[in-house]
Design a protein around this ligand. Structure first.
Ligand code: HEC
Length: 131
């Protein structure tokens, strides 16, 4: 009886380990796919490496946790600056921004949106790794 219980417990432990591993793989896939989406869709205007020069838009290294429109080396639009007070970039604000930048900062100059929530989530997962 005891042996059967031990085997059952071991099996449960192995299964939960396997589930953990596959979650980790899912997270890795999400970030890898997010990187691809970001490279394909944002890199025409943004750079992502530490200290890289701005493009048409500001460098986005460390964007998660950075105050809104706060890169001193970038000349933000008036709309962007007007919307900045009190805002810090987090996943929720990035999601709103990529859905429709004009609801976040009316009159801003970024002419891009991503309508697919799953793709936005992957892009944001990748951006969160840039620290
Ligand atoms: C066509 C060019 C273009 C594309 C494509 C683009 N952006 Fe932008 N982005 C800009 C510009 C320009 C600004 C600055 C807007 C302003 O000052 O009004 C900006 C601003 C931003 C900001 C605010 C940064 C800050 O310092 O507060 C974030 C975040 C951002 N973009 C993320 C993205 C992401 C993520 C993508 C891809 C999914 C993307 N952008 C695609 C041009 C672009």
């Amino acid at each position: 009886m005891n042996r059967i219980r031990n085997v059952a417990m071991m099996l449960a432990a192995v299964l939960s380990l396997a589930a953990g591993a596959s979650h980790a793989e899912d997270a890795q896939d999400t970030v890898a796919f997010g990187k691809k989406l970001t490279t394909n869709n944002c890199a025409v205007c943004h750079t992502f490496g530490k200290g890289e020069p701005n493009g048409q838009g500001p460098n986005l290294f460390g964007i998660v946790g950075r105050p809104f429109a706060s890169d001193a080396s970038f000349k933000y639009s008036a709309g962007m600056k007007a919307a900045a007070p009190g805002k810090v970039w987090d996943a929720k604000l990035l999601d709103a921004w990529l859905t429709d930048t004009q609801t976040v900062a009316p009159g801003n100059a970024m002419t891009y949106f991503e309508g697919d929530p799953a793709r936005r989530q992957k892009i944001i997962a990748y951006l969160s790794t840039l620290h």
